[in-house]
Design a protein around this ligand. Structure first.
Ligand SMILES: C[S@@+](CC[C@H](N)C(=O)[O-])C[C@H]1O[C@@H](n2cnc3c(N)ncnc32)[C@H](O)[C@@H]1O
Length: 415
């Protein structure tokens, strides 16, 4: 659509220039294949304007893969040392074997054992790229046709606050809080005090800065820890939520049980979990490739079927109140959560098309060779592209969802 608009504007610019025989805009549009001398002032202004917009859009479209490649340069300060970047990238990628067909149980076990260094390394490497490309909230959500991505993500966060009945007097745990996008939105929306739990120091620093800038540091706090072992007393919180974070837990039962421990009896826990759906066929090679791409591109051990998640909630001792997959498009939310990863000849989708990928790749290899980017950057590009491919295929085939919602309660008689 945008591409068509670009072409029409550029063509209009050229045709208009030819008709008006203007030289006024030669200043801006030296590329026009016409030499022009006459035309009314209005025509000259309009034509110049159209040609400028056309040129701008065309350049943005053409340069978007390079812009994407450049964004990979934005890595956290602690990793400015090129050697540490490459080392981290190598450590990370050895936990995945893309050539192995079907489910690779041995690698899944290794990743589950190494979950904490794997997740920390991953977020050390990608946090700034994510923030640049996606924003301050590192999750997906259902989306209306007339909604922007940030609006839809905020609405998804408001839904969580609303369903848990969060209010100003409450103290609430945000389990796996990222750089605090949801925490800030939910603190503003509900007035509750939100305590972010995260084991990634770089993300906590980033979140702390953002909270200060947003004037929310008086109702936001952090605990830097593994969410499987949270160093707070039983029943510390009125409620807890986890937004696309417990997907990284190697054992769902253990992680839900720990979350249950830190909330008061009768308190609610809301979660957006990553799951395989009923359309996923574990004997289908393509399905398993998409699943593996998502796991590799997003630092996951294994993505469970949604029924496994529900069973884990109950096994942990929580009362399951409600659950549904919010990732399935509906008449109110027809825009699939995966559209941002679909290759297309639009401004945003071009970098994911074959020529777009090639351009980014060549650019990244070049800056790596010139020592502008640390070694390992091209490997990171491949990992991110694999994630995009897996999410796009998993979403459009509806075999995978990152928006499986459930709400559970800690029983009143639990300790
Ligand atoms: C996909 S991000 C989601 C972040 C945040 N909920 C959001 O929506 O913006 C997953 C987060 O979980 C955190 N995380 C993953 N495993 C963890 C663990 N075992 N302990 C603490 N935090 C963890 C990561 O550091 C990251 O911040």
């Amino acid at each position: 659509m945008i591409m068509k608009l670009v072409v029409i504007i550029v063509l209009l610019g050229i045709v208009g220039a030819a008709l008006s025989q203007s030289t006024a805009m030669d200043l801006f549009t030296g590329f026009l294949p016409v030499s022009l001398t006459e035309g009314t002032l209005t025509t000259k202004v309009l034509v110049s304007f159209a040609a400028l917009i056309g040129t701008y859009l065309l350049l943005s479209w053409f340069l978007s893969p390079i812009y994407f490649g450049r964004s990979l340069l934005s890595v956290n300060k602690e990793l400015k040392n090129p050697e540490s970047y490459k080392k981290k990238m190598d450590e990370y990628s050895k936990l995945f074997d893309e050539k192995k067909e079907g489910l690779d149980e041995a690698k899944i076990e290794e990743r589950n054992k190494e979950y904490m260094p794997m997740v920390n390394t991953f977020y050390d490497l990608v946090t700034d790229v994510y923030e640049w490309a996606w924003g301050e909230s590192f999750h997906f959500g259902p989306r209306h046709r007339r909604e922007t991505l940030p609006q839809s993500l905020a609405r998804h966060e408001h839904f969580m606050a609303h369903t848990l009945g969060l209010r100003p007097v409450m103290r609430v745990a945000d389990v796996g809080c990222g750089i605090g996008g949801p925490m800030r939105e939910i603190a503003r929306f509900s007035g509750a005090t939100i305590v972010g739990i995260n084991n990634n120091g770089y993300q906590i620093n980033r979140a702390t800065q953002h909270n200060k800038t947003a004037g929310l540091d008086h109702i936001t706090e952090f605990v830097k820890t593994d969410f499987l072992h949270i160093p707070v007393k039983d029943g510390e919180f009125d409620a807890a939520y986890a937004i696309e974070a417990t997907c990284h837990a190697p054992d769902k039962v253990v992680s839900y049980r720990e979350i249950m421990r830190i909330i008061k009896p009768g308190g609610l826990f809301g979660c957006y979990e990553w799951v395989m759906t009923d359309k996923y066929d574990p004997t289908n090679k393509e399905h398993n490739k998409h699943k593996h791409d998502i796991e590799e591109g997003d630092a996951l051990g294994d993505i469970p079927h949604w029924k496994v998640v529900n069973d884990a909630v109950k096994e942990a001792g929580l009362e399951l109140i409600e659950y549904r997959d919010l990732g399935v498009p509906t008449p109110q939310n027809p825009v699939g959560w995966w559209v941002g990863f679909s290759p297309s000849f639009s401004l945003s989708g071009f970098k994911l098309t074959k020529p777009g990928r090639l351009m980014t790749y060549v650019f990244v290899v070049l800056i790596e060779l010139l020592h502008i980017a640390p070694k390992g950057t091209s490997k990171m590009h491949r990992t991110l592209i694999r994630a995009a491919d897996g999410l796009n295929a998993g979403g459009s085939k509806q075999i995978f969802s990152p928006c499986f919602y459930f709400k559970a309660r800690k029983p009143l008689n639990a300790k």
